[in-house]
Design a protein around this ligand. Structure first.
Ligand code: ACO
Length: 320
């Protein structure tokens, strides 16, 4: 038996900020952002929160799956931008849904958070511990950006995506998770520093800092390798894959991965043009878009891959 995705959902903030709007607040241009990243606009939270979007995405996914919250055994939220340090976003989602039976916790794996969640579901199901699970990727990275730093604030957007998984004959065929803590400095946002009556000057919060080129090199090397290995383990050829649903950081990364795999770019759906990089939300939001557009038929084989801070990388091959 394996974990099969039976429903998806997503939620994006109502405010859309295009590149021209950003020209008003930082020294950038629409041309620079488009040509370096492919991004044209992004959704930015004003009234929405990580938790509210996670709940909305979860409700849509449950409806799509046709199951009730009471059937869930496990709720996982991949996030690096939860509204509270504690309780976990997943526990807040559990409460809002009324999913009383479920165990709920968060996963901190940045842009690979949703994929790491699928990895946990796969392992729990294989161990016979759960039958039904909800995995969410939800972020409001806009609150962790330095809006004076043009090298980071133009790249990210807010939003949440979710998937319901159930134990079935066919589903996840292979799933890989990898971490390279040695390169943790390439993408970092500090939390509260040590702060107590015995320490001075410790209370300032910091914003996201990124060595873009280091992350870029990591992505174009690690992601194709990881996909090839996952395909190998699944016994599936790249030509059999209908869609490669990859983390939406930069269109040039997606093009490089397609080239290295020798696959046509049409197999790589994108929404980064309108959403930017939603970190853990990227893959499930895009998956929901494709699903709701009716582009997936039962039995299709697809690849999902997320990569980001940690550095982390998660890849899955699955049957729809
Ligand atoms: N507008 C105008 N100019 C800019 C901007 C901007 N928004 N940002 C940077 N520049 C300038 C820089 O200052 C630099 O100027 P200089 O040459 O005078 O010093 C120049 O543009 C080139 O900057 P680079 O950083 O070298 O640009 P690069 O071509 O590497 O593109 C980018 C930067 C888009 C960030 C790219 O490196 C990238 O996509 N990296 C991968 C990011 C990624 O995948 N993140 C995923 C993980 S996210 C997560 O886990 C939360």
């Amino acid at each position: 038996m394996s974990a099969r995705i039976i429903g998806t959902g997503s939620c994006l903030p109502s405010l859309v900020v295009d590149n021209r709007k950003l020209e008003e607040i930082v020294d950038t241009t629409d041309e620079w952002i488009r040509s370096r990243t492919g991004i044209e606009s992004r959704h930015i939270a004003v009234e929405e929160t990580t938790t509210s979007m996670a709940i909305a995405a979860a409700q849509a996914a449950l409806e799509d799956a046709g199951i009730s919250a009471g059937q869930l055994d496990l709720i996982l939220v991949g996030t690096i931008s939860g509204d509270c340090v504690f309780p976990a976003t997943a526990c807040q989602v559990q409460s809002a849904l009324g999913a009383e039976r479920a165990v709920a916790f968060d996963i901190s794996a940045a842009c690979a958070g949703f994929l790491f969640g699928l990895g946990i579901v796969d392992a729990y199901m294989k161990a016979g511990r759960i039958r039904t699970a909800l995995v969410i990727g939800a972020e409001t990275l806009s609150k962790m950006m330095d809006w004076k730093d043009r090298s980071t604030c133009v790249l990210f957007g807010d939003g949440a995506g979710a998937a319901v998984l159930r134990e079935e004959e066919q589903g996840i065929l292979s799933i890989l998770q990898a971490s390279d803590g040695q390169k943790g400095d390439a993408l970092i946002c500090e939390n509260r520093r040590v702060n107590n009556p015995y320490r001075e000057n410790s209370n300032e919060l910091d914003y996201t800092k990124m060595n873009g080129q280091e992350v870029y090199r990591f992505a174009v090397r690690t992601v194709p390798q990881s996909i090839e290995k996952a395909l190998d383990e699944a016994g599936v050829g790249a030509d059999e894959i209908k869609y490669f649903v990859l983390h939406q950081a930069n269109i040039r990364i997606l093009e490089a991965v397609a080239k290295r795999l020798g696959q046509p770019f049409e197999k790589f759906p994108t929404n980064l043009q309108k959403c930017g990089n939603i970190s853990a939300g990227s893959v499930p939001v895009l998956l929901d878009e494709i699903n709701r557009a009716g582009k997936l038929q039962r039995g299709d084989k697809i690849v999902l891959a997320g990569f980001g801070a940690g550095l982390t990388c998660g890849t899955a091959v699955l049957t729809w």
